[in-house]
Write a protein that binds this ligand. Structure first.
Ligand code: NAP
Length: 355
């Protein structure tokens, strides 16, 4: 990379925005040149505007940067969005209309017919939808809901090898998925809450688009029935999911294990910096995977699978673990941006910085 791409972060002070700051520190292709958030934060140095919840310190070069308003005049080649969904729809459109590529975590544009809903290992060809967007030089690409990401990464090899007719999934979702300050301590300490607004609907709809086929008329969704039950549990990071599947062609647990291990990763030859060495990790020890022990595999980008066994109601069942704020949010968006660079969709905008 001769010259790094200049990245802006919308919603830079939020939980996902902070993960972007952490992940982009030292990134070989991208450097942060703009941080934006609400009017509450605009005009303040980042270290004062943010309630930093990361494990380490705020990267030194970022702490003193001034947070700007989220208006489309930022000095950057493209923006990552970790905006609150209440404002993301409109603000992201304004940036796209002004010529900025937008890589969003928010739900607002995910199901738009011409917006790629992207997991690079799962549906890299869906980026062709960008050519059907009418924003001029700008465009919007989204990454899925954090629980959907784990589920779909595990389903892709099974869909390819055997076909999948129906899915039943029960999630155990970490607190960080609710942002900051998120769920009240009185609601979650020593407790489980069996409702996460809007989550089950997203898990039932987004996988059909992600696993769908790109056709001249748009994405033809995969014909699969999905029933999701989503629960919030007192875990800091990492969504665990118990999945049962009905297959179109018979397969044993060993066949499924081989399908996960033999999956031909479409990123294999692209050398993307954030792509993990192992896309899927399969555990044979029946105690695994667990959030605390396996969350950070592949820098938080590996999806873990275990307990593959026959299902008494459908065909097979297994457990999936996904890092919700890395693979399921900021890391997923950074990998999306890397894929877009390698496919030629992300380009340098005119340089106007005077420093
Ligand atoms: P969050 O912690 O509540 O952060 C929201 C961010 O949006 C803050 O930076 C906030 O800035 C900014 N914001 C709010 N109103 C604004 C406005 N009017 N103009 C400009 N900026 C505004 O939320 P989060 O958990 O990071 O989630 C961010 C997005 O990612 C959401 O759409 C969420 O659904 C999605 N997502 C989250 C996760 C996860 O695991 N947390 C996973 C996948 C997707 P101020 O600090 O100035 O208020």
């Amino acid at each position: 990379m001769k010259r790094k791409f200049r990245a802006g972060i919308l919603g830079a002070t939020g939980a996902v925005g902070q993960k972007f700051v952490e992940l982009l520190e030292g990134h070989p292709w991208f450097e942060i040149t703009a941080l934006a958030a609400s009017e509450r934060s605009a005009g303040k140095p980042y270290r004062e505007a943010v309630n930093w919840i990361g494990a380490g310190e705020i990267p030194a070069g970022i702490a003193a940067m001034t947070v700007e308003s989220a208006t489309p005049d930022l000095e950057c080649d493209f923006v990552f969005s970790g905006l609150d969904a209440a404002v993301a729809g409109d603000l992201e459109e304004r940036f796209a209309r002004a010529g900025y590529p937008v890589l969003s975590n928010a739900r607002n544009h995910r199901m738009d017919p011409v917006t790629p809903l992207l997991i690079p290992e799962v549906n890299p060809d869906h980026t062709a939808l960008i050519e059907r967007q009418a924003w001029g030089d700008g465009f919007i690409v989204t990454n899925p809901n954090c629980s959907t990401v784990g589920l779909v990464c595990a389903l892709r090899p099974l869909v390819d090898a055997f076909g999948v007719e129906a899915v039943q999934v029960t999630t155990f979702q970490a607190l960080s998925g609710a942002g900051y300050p998120g769920v009240s301590a009185l609601d979650i300490v020593g407790n489980v809450t069996p409702y996460i607004g809007g989550e089950e609907e997203k898990m039932a709809s987004e996988p059909r688009k992600l696993l769908g086929a790109l056709a001249p008329e748009g994405i033809v969704p995969l014909d699969v029935a999905i029933s999701a039950q989503c629960n919030r549990v007192p875990v800091l990071e990492g969504h665990l999911e118990c999945v049962s599947v009905k297959l179109r062609r018979p397969a044993s647990p060993e066949d499924a294990r081989r399908a996960f291990l033999d999956f031909r990763n479409p990123l294999a030859d692209r050398s993307l910096p954030t792509a993990p060495e192992r896309f899927l990790e399969v555990f044979d020890d029946p105690r695994f995977p667990q959030p605390r022990r396996h969350l950070d595999l592949g820098g938080g980008m590996t999806v873990s699978i275990g307990r593959i066994r026959p299902c008494e109601v459908l065909d097979l069942k297994f457990v999936v673990l996904v890092h919700n704020t890395i693979r399921g949010a900021a890391g997923g968006a950074v990998l999306n941006a890397e894929l877009l660079v390698s496919q030629g969709y992300l380009k340098h905008r005119k340089q106007t910085l005077t420093v």
